[in-house]
Ligand binder design. Structure first.
Ligand SMILES: [Zn+2]
Length: 237
């Protein structure tokens, strides 16, 4: 799947699990997901759905923050044994979720910075400001990301669940890759077996462009109608 389809799947995925998580407690973690947490979680999940491809030179995430993400990409590629290997395992999803959760427990400021950076990746993946004028598109993306991060901060979004959203985003990425003929070594390093190989649709092919991407977009619209308390959010006449 292309970067934008992975990012869209992150948004749809988070919105789809909100009704299952909201108001419940799992493993001592309580989920209270209001509109702010739905938006924040969707974007965090969208960004996280691009993290596994940090092992590839040409991926959206690797190209997002110039030399910083390119350096990280080289490190990840080396540590996790090349493209579509260790970064596409359940262990990796658990690791990323755990590290993010630890960050959230450690410092409120660190989480805000992490969210800002991850949202920048998500917007880049979704194609915000993605035109031929590279400098302008980067400025537009940075401004949009800052505005959304600040708006979420101002509305008092609680990021207690952020590790779950990051791990879930990684899992959605694996699902996307498995749906597109690419095998994913979920059990790495214990096993190199690639799940979902040679089944599914072609990356950036007709099915992805004409069915999957529009389908994900429509799903976001429908879930928005379902999840948000529109009568309360809209200005009263
Ligand atoms: Zn991938």
């Amino acid at each position: 799947m292309m970067g934008h389809a992975h990012a869209l799947s992150g948004i749809v995925g988070w919105m789809a699990v909100v009704p299952l998580l909201d108001g419940h407690e799992f493993f001592g973690l309580r989920f209270d997901l209001g509109p702010g947490e739905i938006v924040a979680g969707s974007l965090v999940c969208a960004g996280a759905a691009l993290i596994p491809d940090l092992d590839a030179k040409s991926s959206t995430i690797t190209q997002t923050y110039g030399v910083v993400t390119r350096g990280l990409s080289a490190a990840f590629n080396w540590i996790f044994g090349g493209h579509r290997n260790g970064t596409h395992s359940l262990l990796f999803a658990l690791l990323m979720g755990g590290l993010t959760q630890a960050l959230a427990l450690w410092s409120e400021l660190a989480v805000q910075i992490f969210v800002f950076l991850l949202l920048g990746i998500a917007f880049n993946g979704l194609g915000l400001g993605n035109d031929k004028n590279r400098l302008a598109s980067e400025v537009i993306n940075a401004m949009g990301t800052a505005a959304v991060t600040l708006a979420l901060y101002a509305s008092g979004v609680n990021y207690a669940w952020i590790g779950v959203a990051v791990a879930f985003g990684c899992l959605l990425h694996f699902a996307g890759d498995m749906a597109t003929e690419l095998g994913v070594p979920l059990l790495w390093p214990a096993s190199k077996y690639r799940f979902g190989r040679n089944i599914g649709f072609t990356t950036d092919g007709k099915v992805e462009r004409n069915i999957v991407t529009p389908g994900l977009t429509i799903a976001i619209l429908l879930l928005s109608f379902y999840l948000f308390p529109w009568p309360e959010l809209l200005p009263q006449a």
